[in-house]
Design a protein around this ligand. Sequence first.
Ligand SMILES: NC(=O)c1ccc[n+]([C@@H]2O[C@H](COP(=O)([O-])OP(=O)(O)OC[C@H]3O[C@@H](n4cnc5c(N)ncnc54)[C@H](O)[C@@H]3O)[C@@H](O)[C@H]2O)c1
Length: 343
Amino acid sequence: MSTDKKTGIGVIGCGYWGPNLIRNFYQLSESAVVQVSDLDEKRLAHIKELYPSISTTTDYNELIRNPDVEAVVLATPVRLHAPMGLEALQAGKHLLIEKPMALNTAECRDLITAAKENDRILMVGHTFEYTSAVRKMKEMLDEGILGRLYYVNTQRLNLGLFRNDVNVIWDLSPHDFSILLYLLGGKTPNGVRATGAAHINPEVEDVATVTLDFDDDLIAFVQASWLDPKKVRQTTLVGSKKMLIYDDIEPTEKIWLYDRAVEGPAQYDTFAQFPYTYRYGDITIPRIGGTEPLRAEAQHFVHCIQSGETPLTDGYSGLRVCQILEATTASLKSGGARIELES
Ligand SMILES: NC(=O)c1ccc[n+]([C@@H]2O[C@H](COP(=O)([O-])OP(=O)(O)OC[C@H]3O[C@@H](n4cnc5c(N)ncnc54)[C@H](O)[C@@H]3O)[C@@H](O)[C@H]2O)c1
């Protein structure tokens, strides 16, 4: 299609997250939000008040059949991602699905196949891959500034928002898994272990830690909680040359690069003789650009539709994250056992 025309967007689901997607697609000069669907009339009335030009419907099928809707954006509960997504793709619509892509890897594969068969763009809302800070970290890793990566520690903690349909790992950790896979440029874990506990709803874990083992002794600890007094969004990367802390709560100084490392001599006879030396150098804070990540994500989706380019966070990216999520569920069920993955 030509790029001088606005791409018509339909958004299904305008609960907590949907309105952010609607706002960004509405504000882009390359797209127009044509229609929005939700079962809840009050949510639709709220959207209508903000954007009188957008038509609303409680019947998502009407949106999928709307000829002016070229692309469907799904911000519904996870169990609806695959069924609604398949309907949209089969109706010839491009598709952006919020994370996590689906309830299991079989559903992810079905969506990938449907997108191929119908020659449509399929993208997953791994929003953090569109943040300037995460892109800066990738640049630093690729330039070898940190040296060999030893370990990664991520914390995504807050009080709520509790969900009944998926546990805290499926809700919060897709962000950290997608960030990790992006930073590691194609490396995937060879094993996954998960421990957690359910305190408020006995069926749904509300605190959890996932351990991801990668080749070359790289290990990542991913902690998620809906039961924490303080909102924490922190990622620590420790390398052989330097260390880094990314704090997404910080408004501007999001990345702190520490010129710190532990060093040993090139040669030694026994570990008893091993003289550790610790380097305490400067801390630097790189300047990070300030574009809203969701705007960058929305713009990328429309660009891919208009150019035919494959999205950075395509169906396979959603599938890789879902493979890890599925392994965490298997591990939780078997008391934290290591689940092997093909790396
Ligand atoms: N990328 C991010 O940073 C981010 C942040 C928050 C949530 N999310 C994701 O967005 C998705 C939605 O999360 P949320 O927090 O907005 O959930 P929510 O429960 O607040 O909203 C879901 C909405 O879908 C509507 N809905 C349910 N069934 C429907 C149907 N048949 N037809 C039309 N509408 C229907 C509900 O009425 C509700 O308003 C989830 O996948 C979540 O993981 C992503």
